[in-house]
Write a protein that binds this ligand. Structure first.
Ligand SMILES: [Zn+2]
Length: 98
């Protein structure tokens, strides 16, 4: 099965993967597929709205839950001064062995 991009938010800014998960006994989350949800730190780089690539060098990070079985782990993203941010980079999916 092809993995989807992890780190998606719903319109209400809830993590999509958590809306599909249930709390487990040991303070974690279990995805609908049965796999434990993992967390990863995603680094966001500052961006200036007029420029797709330039920023002032500031970096923020955000902790993102994802399902290692169903999703590619997010790795990097961008943020703007108005608070908007999003993920734009994910780990590569391993090539299937022929
Ligand atoms: Zn899953």
């Amino acid at each position: 099965m092809e993995k989807r991009h992890g780190g998606r938010l719903t319109e209400e800014r809830q993590w999509v993967v958590l809306t599909e998960s249930t709390r487990s006994d040991n303070d974690g989350w279990v995805h609908s597929c049965g796999e434990m949800i993992l967390k990863t730190t995603v680094y966001l780089s500052h961006r200036i709205p007029q420029s797709r690539i330039a920023g002032d060098g500031r970096v923020r990070n955000v902790t993102v839950p994802y399902c290692p079985d169903c999703e590619l782990a997010p790795t990097r993203g961008v943020f703007y001064d108005d608070g908007r941010w999003w993920i734009d980079s994910w780990e590569r999916e391993a090539e299937p062995v022929a």
